[in-house]
Design a protein around this ligand. Structure first.
Ligand code: MN
Length: 698
């Protein structure tokens, strides 16, 4: 795509874009604020004058677009727009921060300072992607004023929208930063539509094949979907009108990224999921009539169509922790497809689309927030973030996890496999869920599948988890379970059982521990590296102690690598692999100065390699096995692995806890097929529930 510069046309475009910006802002600014915006616009236009973006367009298009995203898509006010217009001025031109302070005051200067700092951290060319330590700094700079991160997100969103003109290696770097850092952040801030747009853009560059594959299929089915929705909606609209309700209808298709995630998660084809249709009715109403109108629309849908009450979701009286409110009902269309109908007021819709940011009124608006509750939550979140930042002992990576955990509010909403929602107190475990469903399920619970992963009974549930309780007739409540539950119901049921069945319990637990001792003895024989650590700790340890495990890609049967021509490694040399592109690994001698330099810069792309069978290179790879423990299981695993003669095992770690069995197997492999075969053979073992490769994203 080539861009032809036409300055005259460009100048007109700049003015037009500025006018558009002003018109969006007009109703929420006073004259003084509009003066400031104009000042910022003029300054930025002059400062960036003559500079062009990679696409060839004048640079100023970018700050204007970022300012537009801030006010139109994030509901931010005048100060943020001023900062967005100026966000690259200090970074890229002669102007200093002091100039900004003199012209626009302390607040603007502070936000711009934060933005420039983030830019330094993120775009620091010495590191190929954001390193964990940088997260802390980013949080620190944003914690002063959340607008820093919101504007940064707007900046990133515009960069993603215009990523096409970047060179391919930059595209990949920016796309992976986006999914690694900005997506979770957008999610945390509740900027859902921005989050899913970022995800889609990132996927377009990190997994183009699958992205365009799904995009093409979406296109193919577009017409069919449109017809179905139109036919489905028509009678509802007629009935709404007859009842004097004016509601806007929109149907949003699932994002490409989330379709792909669902396909991966459920191991299904596109055809099996594209029929999840959703229609949304949004109406304007006074605050005190919102619920009533929601239920009116709900009743109309139920009268017109057969609905599935099990899939009703009442987020009106039970809003999600992030503030989401809506009423959902799933109805069968005449065409025989389930359609999810979302019903909500304009206010609820704003929160759903723009998150808490939609309701965070800054002081610049000159009035306190209307929605104190939402504001409190955001403040709560910020203070928690600050709290973590000040705790010296947690290292940077842990810190990220803590933010995730600490964000949980007082309640979590979890789902049964059929989609029934249960609300549990924060900190509730699998056992709490089991007891919440049925005392019998609780009493016999041996673990669960949470989001399709095998977990033990003490696993703490998070918002949105899907939980399938797994039971065994032999299982009975243990005294230590009392420590693992939060809900009164679970505690009561466990106590009741313990009281009435004390005698039987003691004999049962005796037998259990006999079995465990036997198993442990066997494990020791098999592997020296048995660890008492949890599986997550174990994997972390393996991934950090050794260079990265190669992420395998189905597309390549034999891993592609080239031998570096700077050091020309030959069989027998100590070698290290270095991932230079999605599908390409360059192998250097470990003492090659070139390799050393590369390693110091791009530590996260090192892949452990070694020579195998003369000329060939083998890559360290990992498999994770999980299931429910039984006698003889480990021996069978060893038998399967050792029967695959080609494999060279580096380590085997196994852990059993509360009857849940977890193992990691590290081995050198030369082809993806060998690994796939092994996985299939392991899957056939009785009571093994899951076998998967270890990647970064787990
Ligand atoms: Mn920028």
């Amino acid at each position: 795509m080539s861009y032809i510069a036409d300055e005259k046309l460009e100048n007109t475009t700049i003015v037009r874009k500025y006018r558009e910006l002003l018109s969006v802002l007009y109703h929420k600014t006073n004259e003084e604020q509009r003066k400031q915006i104009r000042k910022a616009f003029v300054l930025a236009t002059n400062a960036h004058n003559g500079v062009r973006r990679k696409s060839g367009e004048p640079y100023i298009y970018h700050p204007i677009a970022v300012a537009m995203i801030c006010c139109k898509e994030m509901n931010l006010g005048a100060t943020s727009v001023v900062c967005a217009l100026l966000h690259d001025v200090v970074e890229d031109t002669e102007y200093t921060l002091d100039d900004m302070r003199d012209m626009f005051g302390d607040t603007v200067a502070e936000i711009i300072d934060g933005l420039t700092k983030i830019e330094d951290l993120v775009l620091d060319d010495r590191s190929s992607s954001i390193q964990a330590e940088n997260f802390r700094k980013i949080f620190l700079s944003m914690s002063k004023d959340v607008r820093v991160i919101l504007i940064k997100l707007a900046d990133r969103l515009h960069n993603m929208r215009t990523l096409e003109s970047m060179p391919p290696e930059k595209q990949l770097k920016i796309a992976s930063e986006t999914s690694y850092f900005y997506v979770p952040f957008a999610h945390r801030l509740g900027l859902y539509s921005i989050k899913s747009e970022l995800e889609d853009y990132a996927m377009r560059y990190t997994d183009p094949a699958e992205y365009y594959n799904i995009a093409a299929k979406m296109k193919e089915t577009e017409e069919e979907r449109a017809t179905l929705i139109a036919e489905f909606v028509k009678p509802i609209q007629e009935s709404l009108l007859a009842n004097g309700i004016h509601a806007e209808v929109s149907s949003r298709t699932k994002s490409i990224y989330s379709i792909n995630q669902k396909m991966l998660r459920k191991k299904v084809n596109f055809e099996d999921i594209y029929d999840i249709f959703a229609v949304r009715f949004v109406f304007d109403s006074p605050a005190d009539e919102e619920f009533e109108i929601c239920w009116k629309i709900y009743r109309i849908v139920c009268m017109l169509y057969q609905t599935n009450p099990k899939r009703d979701r009442n987020f009106l009286t039970h809003p999600k922790a992030n503030g989401y409110q809506s009423l959902h009902v799933t109805a069968m269309s005449k065409a025989g497809r389930w359609v999810e109908v979302q019903i909500r007021s304009r206010r609820m819709d704003e929160i759903a689309e723009k998150g808490l940011a939609a309701h965070y009124k800054y002081k610049e608006d000159g009035e306190a927030t209307e929605d104190a509750d939402v504001n409190d939550r955001l403040e709560d979140w910020l203070s928690k973030t600050r709290e973590i930042l000040n705790s010296k002992d947690s290292d940077a990576l842990d810190f990220l996890n803590e933010v995730k955990l600490n964000l949980g509010l007082k309640e979590v909403y979890v789902f049964t496999p059929k989609g029934d929602m249960k609300s549990l107190p924060a900190g509730a475990s699998v056992l709490d869920m089991a007891y919440a469903l049925h005392t019998n399920l609780g009493d016999h619970c041996i673990g669960a599948k949470v989001n399709y992963n095998i977990v033990p009974v003490d696993k703490v549930l998070e918002n949105g988890d899907q939980v399938e309780i797994i039971t065994s007739k032999k299982q009975t409540p243990k005294p230590e379970w009392l420590e693992l539950v939060r809900t009164p119901k679970a505690r009561r049921s466990i106590r009741d059982f313990l009281k009435t069945e004390q005698t039987r319990l003691s004999s049962e637990s005796q037998k259990e521990s006999d079995e465990n001792a036997e198993l442990r003895k066997f494990q020791q024989k098999v592997s020296e590296e048995i660890s008492n650590k949890s599986l997550d700790e174990l994997i972390d340890e393996q991934l950090t102690a050794t260079p990265n495990v190669f992420m395998l890609d189905e597309k390549y049967d034999i891993i592609k690598y080239v031998l570096a021509d700077c050091c020309n490694p030959i069989p027998g040399d100590q070698v290290v692999g270095f991932q230079v592109a999605d599908d390409k690994i360059v192998v250097h001698q470990t003492n090659c100065p070139h390799a050393i330099e590369q390693m110091s810069k791009f530590g996260n792309r090192i892949i452990k390699t070694k020579w195998r069978k003369g000329q060939h290179i083998a890559f360290l790879s990992g498999i994770r096995i999980s299931g429910f423990d039984r006698k003889g299981m480990i021996k069978e695993i060893i038998d399967v692995v050792s029967s695959q003669m080609d494999l060279n095992i580096r380590s085997l770690n196994i852990e059993t806890k509360n009857n849940v069995f977890n193992g990691t197997l590290m081995l050198y492999i030369q082809s993806v097929r060998a690994l796939t075969d092994l996985i299939h053979s392991l899957q056939k073992i009785d009571r093994i529930e899951k076998v998967e490769r270890i990647g970064y994203d787990v």
